[in-house]
Design a protein around this ligand. Structure first.
Ligand code: PLP
Length: 385
């Protein structure tokens, strides 16, 4: 990356996708290279070092460079899904290694850790996201090899102090990986705070249109043994992103800054509107002073508190489900980070082992008009029993 690009604001980096112009035709949007294989020279070398698409395809380059620039990392790898990216980090560990992760986090990854992770010989401690002392207490020098963070974390949006946990983890010789899906690099840059690896479900905000499944890992140190293990898992395990999806991801990232800005404004308007509502038990949003993680969020997040919030409805689980059934603009669907607003009853998605209360609805706030979204929720709430 040139020094000029390093100085650019994320809005410029994303809108221009670093301003790359294709050499042959001077096209400002890049071509897709569907070829899975590349011709060798007679001396058996390759024209630009590329052999086979599973290890490298030119379609990936620009999206990876944009993510390096946004996250302040030195190398990015694209995976077939966010889960494939997260699992590649776990695969970089060895049997007997200890992992510290949040008690409340993206539930499918926590289930994977407890099932496949345990069968692979890893041991886990799950701690309270917002309690730095608890993180420090569970990081065991020499034994803990990975500290996994998710902040704000699904679905109560607790905030972890990245810098404080990184300091403790590094002192103990552990790697820190941060799931930055919800914050996006526009609001939080974990590598600046000391993290070693940043992970995204690019299915969410990075792509932003609910039409691509993708995952990313970005590293602060591409020579570390841990990252070399991840690279082997990426190419050897084969869970790489298709080139058409990589192209769509780059197209989606071009509007990231306006989408995130609008989602933050809308989420804050909804959170404020329902904060003291007589029919609402609690609004969980890190932008509210009443949120348990607000003080850390104010320090750690720049430019907004994200587009995700949860609402606990008076009247329990049955009313919460009826309320979400009455919504018209908010679609009853899982996932997050798209342009359209979604609402979800998390306890019924996560099942009986979920720590999520039954009266909680998770909202992924899109880029529609805030008044229309508030009216939709108000009408649904008034009609719900
Ligand atoms: N991390 C977070 C915070 C998520 O919300 C999700 C998916 O919902 C994932 C990781 C997994 O990503 P994917 O669905 O792209 O595999």
């Amino acid at each position: 990356m040139s020094d000029d690009n390093k100085k650019q604001h994320p809005a410029t980096i994303t809108a221009q996708a670093l301003g790359w112009v294709e050499e042959t035709t001077r096209s400002v949007t890049p071509p897709i290279y569907p070829s899975t294989t590349f011709e060798r020279k007679t001396d058996l070398s390759y024209h630009d070092g590329r052999c086979y698409t599973r290890t490298d395809n030119p379609t990936y380059d620009q999206a990876c460079a944009v993510l390096d620039a946004l996250e302040g990392g030195v190398e990015t790898r694209l995976f077939a899904s966010g889960m494939a990216a997260a699992v590649a980090v776990l695969h970089a560990l060895s049997p007997g290694d200890h992992v510290v992760a949040p008690k409340v986090m993206y539930w499918a990854l926590r289930s994977f850790m407890l099932d496949s992770g345990v069968r692979a010989g890893l041991t886990f401690d799950f701690v309270d996201n917002g309690d730095t002392d608890e993180w420090v207490k569970h990081i065991k020098p020499g034994t803990t090899k990975l500290v996994w963070l998710e902040t704000p974390a699904n679905p109560d949006w607790q905030i972890t102090d990245i810098a404080a946990v990184c300091a403790a983890a590094h002192k103990a010789g552990a790697i820190v990986a941060v799931d930055n899906t919800v914050a996006t690099p526009l609001l939080t840059r974990p590598i600046e705070k000391g993290a070693d690896i940043v992970m995204h479900s690019a299915t969410k905000y990075l792509n932003g249109h609910s039409d691509v499944l993708a995952g990313t890992l970005t590293t602060a140190d591409k020579d570390s043994q841990f990252w070399q293990n991840i690279r082997k898992q990426h190419a050897g395990g084969g869970g790489v992103l298709g080139v058409f999806e990589a192209w769509l991801l780059l197209r989606g990232m071009r509007t990231l800054s306006v989408r995130v800005e609008r989602a933050c404004t809308n989420a804050m308007a909804i959170a404020r509107h329902f904060e003291n509502h007589p029919e609402i038990e609690q609004v969980q949003y890190p932008g509210l002073e009443s949120h348990i993680g607000h003080d850390i969020a104010k320090r750690q997040m720049n430019g907004g508190f994200g587009g995700m919030l949860s609402i606990r409805v008076k009247g329990g689980g049955k009313r919460a489900v009826d309320f979400h059934n009455q919504c018209k603009l908010f679609k009853r669907a899982t996932s997050l980070g798209g342009v359209e607003s979604l609402i979800e009853h998390r306890a019924s998605v996560e099942g009986p082992t979920s720590p999520v209360p039954d009266d909680l609805l998770r909202l992924s706030v899109g880029i529609e008009n805030a008044d229309d979204l508030i009216n939709d929720l108000e009408t649904a709430l008034a009609n719900s029993k």
